[in-house]
Design a protein around this ligand. Structure first.
Ligand SMILES: Cc1cc2nc3c(=O)[nH]c(=O)nc-3n(C[C@H](O)[C@H](O)[C@H](O)COP(=O)(O)OP(=O)(O)OC[C@H]3O[C@@H](n4cnc5c(N)ncnc54)[C@H](O)[C@@H]3O)c2cc1C
Length: 320
């Protein structure tokens, strides 16, 4: 099995992940999407807007046009979780064909915690140093003992495919893992989450570091809409619309009218005397004097017009 290669990101005590190959980047997604939306004139900002639109509206197939092939080495219990992501192509180190290596995951003391009482699938609560020492001791003892038996069985000529069954799931395995960007983002959304097990989250974080270099615009949109985005259920929405004062919704809508006007102005500058009318067309209701005061304050943010209009219509729906 491989030691940690130079181009890899180390994960856990003896594992790693490295990019073997990739196909396409942000532009491959734009290229594929424009087959359905038509070419038109293109600017970098439009390409970014298109990628963000696709991500926001979960128009996912263009993201499948980009592929990544990784080489990763992880404990078997991490691989068990990883392999549940069924859309990948995998080729794993064979313990029928090759000898197991004496490489076992031993947790760092800071990751040894008690079973969480709140989350049945999680850990929480500081463990005293002497108990941590004991845990690490058991991990080491079991790893050493099981490997010694495995080696003895192997020495005695017992088949590798049977002898391996004596080895515990903290044994390291390794594989090539190829997947498309859409499914990788799905993997990351689940495995970067704080509810995912620490040991697989480490690999997801390393994978994210690799892909952000190749698809920076996609990754930014993924962070904005998926990782840090929020969706509200019907019940949650009804609570919001019942309890959010009209004044608050009105203030947000007013801010959006300013921001949309500022963005339109940035994209295609108009004469100053056209601005107040433009702002009114976006639903703004301040007087012209107040408008001019705010306009010259330099505090108005700009963004993506389409996205802000979508937000506006969501708010209006909430307000009923
Ligand atoms: C925090 C956490 C806890 C978990 N706990 C458990 C657990 O206790 N027990 C357990 O068994 N698993 C558990 N899992 C695994 C989980 O149920 C999923 O199997 C895993 O996250 C892969 O998700 P997926 O099926 O969406 O992904 P993928 O297999 O990558 O599939 C991607 C998408 O393709 C589609 N798809 C793929 N294959 C099929 C198919 N055959 N039929 C229909 N649609 C398909 C689905 O839309 C799917 O969302 C857990 C996962 C997480 C993140």
């Amino acid at each position: 099995m491989s030691d940690i290669p130079q181009d890899a990101i180390q994960c856990l005590d003896k594992g790693f992940i490295r990019l073997v190959d990739s196909m396409g980047g942000d532009d491959a997604i734009v290229q594929a999407a424009r087959v359905s939306y038509g070419k038109g004139t293109r600017k970098v900002s439009e390409d970014k807007g298109l990628i963000r639109y696709l991500m926001r509206h979960r128009h996912t197939t263009p993201f499948e046009m980009v592929e990544f092939k990784f080489h990763a080495k992880m404990p078997i219990f991490v691989a068990r979780q990883w392999v549940r992501h069924r859309t990948a192509n995998i080729n794993e180190y064979s313990l029928r064909y090759s000898e197991a290596r004496d490489e076992f995951y031993i947790p760092e003391p800071e990751h040894i915690l008690y079973q969480s009482k709140l989350n049945k699938q999680g850990r929480a609560g500081e463990v005293p140093q002497d108990l941590k020492k004991k845990v690490i001791g058991y991990f080491k003892e079991m790893s050493k003992k099981s490997y010694a038996i495995y080696a003895a069985l192997s020495e005695a000529g017992i088949s590798r495919e049977l002898a391996r069954a004596i080895l515990p799931v903290n044994l390291y395995t390794e594989w090539y893992w190829k997947n498309d960007l859409h499914n990788i983002l799905h993997f990351l959304s689940l495995r970067l989450d704080k509810h995912a097990q620490y040991e697989i989250r480490i690999y997801a974080e390393a994978m994210a570091k690799i892909i952000v270099e190749i698809v920076p615009i996609v990754y930014e949109a993924f962070e904005d809409y998926v990782l840090n985005g929020m969706r509200y259920s019907r019940v949650e929405q009804s609570l919001l619309s019942k309890h959010l004062p009209d004044r608050v919704i009105g203030d947000i809508l007013e801010d959006l009218s300013y921001q949309i006007t500022a963005t339109l102005q940035k994209n295609k500058p108009r004469y100053n005397d056209e601005l107040y009318r433009l702002y009114q067309k976006q639903g703004g209701s301040d007087s012209e004097t107040d408008f001019l005061l705010k306009w010259t304050s330099g505090e108005i943010e700009t963004g993506n017009v389409r996205e802000m209009r979508e937000f506006k219509s969501k708010l209006q729906e909430l307000a009923g």
